[in-house]
Every structure is written in structure tokens, then in C-alpha cells.
Design a protein around this ligand. Structure first.
Ligand code: ANZ
Length: 864
């Protein structure tokens, strides 16, 4: 069909939507609102990959559908544009990161547009724009004021190659040792001055809040495990020959009688003191080796157990027994108290360790399966982690685990030797990077005396935290002064060199004009010292030179879309009321913990501060599945299996790309790309074109104005019903199957009423919008385009109930059931049968060698 020139048509309608701002949202319009949010991209130099348009097409289609249903839709887009790759590019080329970012964004925008993705560009946000990050800095200052930001000298992962500190999550365990996630460079532990956010103060709230969100279970579980609430007790042991005591955290205080040795982490502050002279050499060598292992590696269950005896003994508080204290790296300093009581009979790691080093094993829990001999010192062959009754445990004997926990905890508490506690796996959030391309901290460091002066200055009333934030630099103690709001945004200085210094300092530390400032305590003015001839009456200080991590800007961007240009406030409460939080958030499951947890933390904090009215940002979350390469492997440059959306569009058009992406399988499923497979949807679109448009480009003769036949009307209204339900549930692949069935029926009828054609086009328009706008116009559809037409409504009275149930089998096994109209054609029934999810699961990757259809009864697919 020569008259279907998709590239011309697609460009035309993209212009039309842009010029008419068809999909722009209107504040306070008298309609129900619907806010759909995409995870905004990092505008890398490589451009869009096929993973972007998958989720983005889904939300674009939904947005078009909801608009047709009468909603005032908010569908914005922006750029998560600070970050390492752009900075590394700048280091290599000397080009300014801001310039590179701008170019990448322009390219991304062009690519999004070419897919027919329409956003409200009046609401575009860019995390690197000072008008935006002014508010990122503002939120930071609120956290700072509340005592939720502090500075700590921390052993952190440092990557010499990247010249920066990395968060734990950015470090991967590899057979060659710990490496950076980005670039796979070796990393090492180094103590460095760092900003840290006290997210642990929100651990309970973040956990509780998960009850109120509708997220995929797996994501909720991941996040809840990441927070890792653990109830247990602290128990204090005295140490033989020392006044010091050793406190452990245990979730199993009931097993105290079975504690036969103790273990401290290599970093434990008491270790050096309690180490006996003849053990010192071995202990110190062990500690040095442990220093370069990641917590993840150390905590691995299957890891070979290593450790050294310290020569010191502790005294078990319940039975007075002397038990050896060991050092071993399977105990982490960062969890609990950094020390454990080891109960080899009931803990797998302790069991393996005790076996390795010949330590005593005493069973204290038992059920009916244990023999009398076992209970009395017979050897267990593995740790018994099951339930049961207490044995060998004095006052606890005969109790069940729960009762024993309570009894022993109460007893220890009454003797001041222990107490019930709760621990979290969650760690405070390492919030600084030694990089250029990030938000500068709105902080100036001053001396203690100067801090007092600043504190008494009018401009700083109400800005300082209760406890000053301090740090030590070059042997001197410094105090953190926040910039007053009037000094925001604090922008990045221009520089020639984006390279961090090898000692881990940010490049900002090398720009004295920016670094050295003077503060006026009365006005809050902060001025570069080189611009002042006289600094008397002012306080001299140094700016913080670290920058914020990329997470900062992505923590709150969804708020700014609601009120992107507000210079007075982060968000106008009236607009917040009007739009509310996103009705749907669509993005990758890889963000289950970090982004989705950090954003919840900031949101919850802003709620507590009275800035926001809701406690949770994302009540509805959906993860699109990963699209694999044609080979079924993850797409990656090194595998050479990357599909570029630009190429697909050039060859088949954006509508085909969109339709195919949504037809590949359930949106949430992981599925391989198949360029051959796209031919099917291309044929479908061309067929639609031919049904409606004649060779010469006019409306085809088979489209007429005589009343529609009851059969066609029935299929059409069945389709309205099914497609509406499917779109609502994000079931695009099954909606497309139904549309294909409907087109077949129309085509077979040999003619159609003009309204039938228009309704069909409306149903398809969210997925293949360009083609549908074009056909709509040619059919004389209402002005404003198909995008402005109200969604068709199913007339239930047209759906006659003469349906039959058909059993669907694959290789003779029952895999599903279909309810279809009695006279549905064989090929349509087969197509529906093949589209059933349970059938798909059986046929995936196989070929259907035979299709058997017993009319009105059964479909059997034979696959090999
Ligand atoms: C004695 C015991 C007996 C334990 C038993 C378990 C089973 P979660 O659930 O993760 O909180 N532990 C405590 N601090 C540790 C640290 N810093 N590094 C490594 N392990 C640590 O697990 C808590 C349990 O992990 C604690 O309870 C402790 O071992 C260990 F039959 O104490 B248990």
C-alpha cells in the first residue's frame, strides 16, 4: 500500500501534537486528574536504548487512553542529568559537563519525539538546572537543620581509577576482588570525611509505610529485607581478667546456654586490648587481611570460615562457663554490636566455624526427632535451626523458644546484663561524592569561635541544628554553617579540570576563588574572599567541596513536575492538592531498593516537616520487564545484541515499534526482542490502512454510511469492552490480540460503516497514534484529532450471549479455556488460544507443528 508513508505521517502528527500541546496538563481544570510518572532517564551519550521505549510507550498509551476517558492527565518528563559518565567524558575531552549534558538531552528529546512519546514539556525538569537543584539544596538544609545530616570519617570504598568514593551498592564482588560497578575498576577501603544522611532514623516509618502502597510483592519484600528489622536482645558478657565487658546482639537469647564461644569483628574496638601477647601477631595479620573484603563477601554463608583465637575468655552470664573469644570476619562491625555469642548447635555459620576449629557444640533446642543420646552430648551433623523445646538450659528447660526468649531476656534485664532491642540492617546513607558534576553542598566550614559568631547573627537564627555538625580537617576542628535560603542556589564554578585529585579530594577543592568565602552573620551574605578588600566584621570560611550523589536529584523530581517553575516554594500546596501524588509510577525493578527507598525517605521527611501532605510518594508501582536480545541474553554492547530504536523506526515506523513493544508479551515479563516478529504487527497496520484507504489515498469504497451489520457491531463492542479492560490493567498484548481479531472480522464482512472504522481507530490510537490520527482525519473525524475524541463506550445490549466454552490444550494437556461467540472463525479462535498466558508459557521458544480445532469444543496445539 503505497499511500501509507509512515515517516511522513509520523512526522506530521508529532508536529501536530507539539504545536497544539495536545497532551499538556492544565492546572485546576475541572476534570478528574491522572498523574502518570516514568522513571526519568540519565541522558547518556549513547542515546536511548530499547528498554526506555518499552515502559515509556506503555505510559504514553495509558495517558492517551485516560485522556480520552475524560481525565486531566499529567505526564511529564525530565532528566536525571548529574552523574559520573558525563563527568568522565568531560575529563577525557575537556568539554564542560553542562555543555555535554545539554547536547545529550537534545538528542534524547529528539528520540522520544520520534517514537511519538508526548510529554508536557512545559514541565520538563533537569536535575542539573540551578532552578531545580536550588530545591535539592533546600531539602538538604532542612535535613541538616533537623540533625539528619552529619559528617563522619568513614572507611569507604575508594576507586583510584575513578578518583572517587563509591557507595556499597556501587561495589561488586568479583572473583578478582571488589570492583566498581561502573567500569569494573579495583576498589579499596579508605577512611575519608563524608556526609551521611541519617536514614536509619526513618527505618521504622519506612517499613511501616510499605503496608500502604500497592507495589509488586517482590519489590516490597526486597525493600523490607533491605531495611531488615530484627528483634532480639543485647547480652553483656564479662571478660576474664578485664574490667571491660563484651556486649552482643542476638536474635536467639533463648540459646544462651548453648553459647560455647564468642566472636568479635576484626574492627572491634576492644580487640587489640583483649588480645594476648602470644596471639597478637596472628590477630593483627588477620585483621589486615579482613580490611580489604567487602561486607557482602564476608557475610556470605557458603564462605570458608576463617578466624583467630584472641587468647581471651568471656564468662557466660547464665552458667559462669569460660568461653574463648575469637576474631573472625564473618562478624561485621557494621551490624548490631560487632560481636556475637556463637551457638554452633543452632546457627549454620557458627556450626561450620566450630567444626573448622574444633570448638564445643552444645545442643539446647530439640524436638521429637532427636534421640536421647543426641540430646546428651551426641554430635549433631548440622546446625538445628528448627523449633522445639529447651534442653540443657537450667531454668529454661522444657520451655518453647518464644517463652524461653522472653524469660531469659527478662531475667538478664533484671540483672542489668541485657535488654530487648531491635536492630536494622539499613545503614545511614553515604551522601557525598568527591566529584564535580553534582549538586554542591550549601555548607561553609568555619572555626569554633567563628561558629559562635555566626550563631548569634540575625541571618542564621533558626537555621542551625541543635548539635553543631563538625569535622576534622588538617588537624583542626571545623563547624558546618548552612547557607541561608537567600544564597541558594549555590552553583558550580566553571573550571578547566574535572579530574578529582588522587588523594580523594573533589576538583572543587582546587578552585580557591570558589572555596574561600566570607560570611556576614547579620545579612547571611556569603562572598568570595577574593572579591573583598576588607573582611573585617565578616567570618572567613571554606566551602564544602564534596558534591551530592546522583540519587539526590532523583529523590523528589516527581514533586517538581507538579509546580516546575515555582520560585517561592518547592511546590504550591494548592497544586499538590489538585494533582496529588502519581497515580501510577512505571519503571525498572532494578530500582527496588535505592531510588525507591531514598525517595520515600525524603518524602516522608518532608511530610513530617509539614512541607507535604502525604506520607508516601508512590502508591501504585509497576515494573516493566527487561527486553532481552534476540539471543535471549541481556542486551549489551559487548554482546553486540543491542537493538537501537532509531533503526527500527527508520525501517518500520514508530507505530510498528510501539505496537510491537506492547505485543511482545505481558508488560511485566522479561522477553526477548525478535526483529522478525515485528513483521506481524507491520502487516496488521498495513491491513488496517488498506481496509480504510484506497490506492489513490481516498477513503476506500468499502467504508460506507449504511447501518452496520449486527455481527460486526457485536465484535466491535466486544472489542471495546475487552480493550478498555485490558488497557486499564496494562494488559496491552491481549488488547492487541483482540484488535487483530476485530479487524479480521471487519475485513471478512467486506464492508464497514464509517463509524465502525472510527471506533476501531480510537481503540487502537493509544498504541499506534500516528496512523490512527491520519485515518481519523481522512475519515472526517472531529477536529482536534482522535486524541481529542471521547473514549468509545461498550453497549452491553449488543453483546449477545451465544457463546461457547472451548477447551484449550497443548500437547493434549489442559492449559486454558476460552469463551467465544459461537460463530467466531477458526483462525480467530486459534489466535486467541495461542494468546492465553498459560498457553504462551508452553509454546514459548517452540514451534507449533499442528493445530487441531474441534468446532465449538476444543483446541489442541501440538508443539515441539
Ligand atoms: C546467637 C544465635 C544463635 C544467633 C542462633 C542466631 C542463631 P539477623 O536476623 O540478621 O538480625 N549476628 C549478630 N550480629 C552480627 C554481626 N555483627 N555480624 C554477623 N552476625 C551477627 O541475625 C542476628 C544474628 O546474627 C544474631 O543472633 C547473631 O547470631 C548474628 F541459634 O546470636 B545470633
Amino acid at each position: 500500500c503505497d499511500s501509507y508513508d509512515f515517516s511522513l505521517i509520523e512526522r506530521h502528527w508529532q508536529d501536530f501534537w507539539a504545536d497544539n500541546k495536545t497532551f499538556y496538563a492544565e492546572d485546576f481544570a475541572d476534570k478528574p486528574t491522572w498523574y502518570v510518572l516514568d522513571m526519568f532517564p540519565y541522558p547518556s551519550g549513547a542515546g536511548l536504548h530499547i528498554g526506555h521505549p518499552e515502559g515509556y510507550t506503555a505510559t504514553d498509551a495509558l495517558k492517551r487512553f485516560k485522556k480520552a476517558q475524560g481525565h486531566n492527565v499529567l505526564h511529564p518528563m525530565g532528566w536525571d542529568a548529574f552523574g559520573l559518565p558525563t563527568e568522565q567524558y568531560a575529563i577525557k575531552t575537556g568539554e564542560q559537563p553542562a555543555v555535554v549534558t545539554k547536547r545529550n538531552i537534545a538528542r534524547f528529546k529528539e528520540q522520544l519525539r520520534a517514537i511519538g512519546l508526548t510529554y508536557d514539556w512545559d514541565r520538563e525538569v533537569n536535575t542539573t538546572d540551578p532552578h531545580y537543584f536550588r530545591w535539592t539544596q533546600w531539602i538538604f538544609l532542612k535535613l541538616f537543620k533537623k540533625g539528619l545530616a552529619y559528617v563522619d570519617e568513614k572507611p569507604v570504598w575508594f576507586c583510584p581509577e575513578l578518583g572517587t568514593v563509591l557507595a556499597n551498592e556501587e561495589v561488586l564482588n568479583t572473583p578478582e576482588g571488589p570492583r566498581s560497578e561502573r567500569g569494573s575498576f579495583p576498589v579499596e577501603r579508605r577512611p575519608l570525611r563524608q556526609w551521611v544522611l541519617r536514614i536509619t532514623a526513618y527505618a521504622d516509618k519506612l517499613l511501616d509505610g510499605l503496608k500502604d502502597v500497592n507495589w509488586p510483592d517482590s519489590t516490597k519484600r526486597l525493600q523490607s529485607n533491605w531495611i531488615g528489622r530484627s528483634e532480639g536482645a543485647e547480652v553483656t558478657f564479662s571478660l576474664d581478667g578485664f574490667d571491660d565487658t563484651l556486649t552482643v546482639f542476638t536474635t536467639r537469647p533463648d540459646t544462651l546456654f548453648g553459647a560455647t564461644y564468642m566472636v568479635v569483628a576484626p574492627e572491634h574496638p576492644l580487640l587489640s586490648k583483649i588480645t594476648a601477647d602470644d596471639k597478637r601477631e596472628a590477630v593483627e595479620s588477620y585483621v589486615r587481611k579482613a580490611a580489604n573484603k567487602s561486607d557482602l563477601e564476608r557475610a556470605e554463608l557458603s564462605k570458608e570460615k576463617t578466624g583467630v583465637f584472641t587468647g581471651c575468655h568471656a564468662i557466660n552470664p547464665v552458667n559462669g562457663e569460660k568461653i574463648p573469644v575469637w576474631v573472625a570476619d564473618y562478624v561485621l562491625m557494621s551490624y548490631g554490636t560487632g560481636a556475637i555469642m556463637a551457638v554452633p548447635a543452632h546457627d549454620e555459620r557458627d556450626f561450620a566455624f566450630a567444626k573448622e576449629f574444633g570448638l564445643k557444640i552444645v545442643q539446647v533446642i530439640s524436638d521429637e526427632t532427636h534421640t536421647e543420646a543426641q540430646r546428651h552430648g551426641g554430635e549433631l551433623t548440622e546446625a538445628y535451626t528448627g523449633d522445639g523445646k529447651l534442653i540443657n538450659s537450667g531454668l529454661l528447660d522444657g520451655l518453647d523458644v518464644t517463652a524461653a526468649k522472653k524469660k531469659i531476656t527478662d531475667k538478664l534485664a533484671s540483672e542489668n546484663r541485657g535488654k530487648a532491642t531491635v536492630n536494622f540492617k539499613l545503614r545511614d546513607w553515604l551522601f557525598s561524592r568527591q566529584r564535580y558534576w553534582g549538586e554542591p553542598f550549601p555548607i561553609v566550614w568555619v572555626s569554633e569561635a567563628d561558629y559562635a559568631t555566626v550563631a548569634s547573627g540575625a541571618a542564621f537564627a533558626g537555621l542551625l541544628p541543635e548539635e553543631p555538625v563538625t569535622c576534622t580537617m588538617d588537624g583542626k576542628k571545623w563547624f558546618a554553617v548552612p547557607l541561608p535560603e537567600s544564597a541558594l542556589p549555590l552553583t558550580l564554578p566553571e573550571t578547566e579540570s574535572y579530574q578529582p585529585s588522587p588523594d580523594g579530594q573533589s576538583p572543587l577543592a582546587n578552585i580557591p576563588e570558589w572555596l574561600e568565602v566570607a560570611i556576614d552573620p547579620a545579612t547571611g551574605n556569603v562572598t568570595a574572599r577574593k572579591e573583598l578588600s576588607d573582611t573585617s566584621g565578616l567570618v572567613e570560611g571554606l566551602r564544602e567541596t564534596n558534591t551530592m550523589p546522583q540519587w539526590a536529584g532523583s529523590c523528589w523530581y516527581y514533586l517538581r513536575y507538579i509546580d516546575p517553575k515555582n520560585a517561592e516554594a518547592l511546590i504550591d500546596p494548592k497544586k499538590e492538592d489538585y494533582w496529588g501524588m502519581p497515580d501510577l509510577y512505571v519503571g525498572g525493578a532494578e530500582h527496588a531498593v535505592l531510588h525507591l527507598l531514598y525517595a520515600r525517605f525524603w518524602h516522608r521527611f518532608l511530610y513530617d516537616e509539614g512541607v507535604l501532605k502525604t506520607p508516601e510518594p508512590f502508591t501504585e508501582l509497576f515494573h516493566q520487564g527487561i527486553i532481552l536480545g534476540e539471543d535471549g541474553e541481556k542486551m549489551s554492547k559487548s554482546r553486540g545484541n543491542v537493538v537501537n530504536p532509531d533503526d527500527i523506526i527508520a525501517q518500520y515506523g514508530a507505530d510498528s515499534l510501539r505496537l510491537y513493544l506492547m505485543f511482545l508479551g505481558p508488560l511485566e515479563a522479561m522477553k526477548p526482542w525478535n526483529t522478525q516478529g515485528i513483521e506481524g504487527v507491520v502487516r496488521f497496520l498495513r491491513k488496517l490502512w488498506r481496509e480504510v484507504i484506497a490506492e489513490d489515498g481516498s477513503v476506500a469504497a468499502r467504508v460506507d454510511d449504511t447501518p452496520e451489520s449486527p455481527e460486526t457491531l457485536r465484535v466491535l463492542h466486544e472489542t471495546i469492552k475487552k480493550v478498555t479492560a485490558d488497557y486499564t490493567a496494562l494488559g496491552f498484548n491481549t488488547a492487541i490480540s483482540q484488535l487483530m481479531i476485530c479487524l479480521n472480522a471487519i475485513s471478512k464482512a467486506g464492508r464497514m460503516n464509517r463509524e465502525t472504522a472510527k471506533t476501531f481507530i480510537q481503540l487502537l490510537a493509544p498504541l499506534a497514534p500516528h496512523l490512527c490520527e491520519e485515518l481519523w482525519e481522512r475519515l472526517g473525524g472531529a477536529a482536534g484529532g482522535v486524541s481529542a475524541a471521547p473514549w468509545p463506550v461498550c453497549d452491553e445490549s449488543l453483546l449477545v450471549n451465544d457463546t461457547v466454552k472451548i477447551i484449550v490444550q497443548v500437547n493434549g494437556k489442559l492449559r486454558g479455556e476460552l469463551e467465544v461467540s459461537k460463530d467466531l472463525a477458526k483462525e480467530d479462535i486459534l489466535a486467541q488460544a495461542k494468546g492465553l498466558e498459560r498457553v504462551l508459557a508452553q509454546t514459548e521458544g517452540k514451534t507449533v507443528v499442528k493445530e487441531i480445532y474441534v468446532p465449538g469444543k476444543i483446541v489442541n496445539l501440538v508443539v515441539k
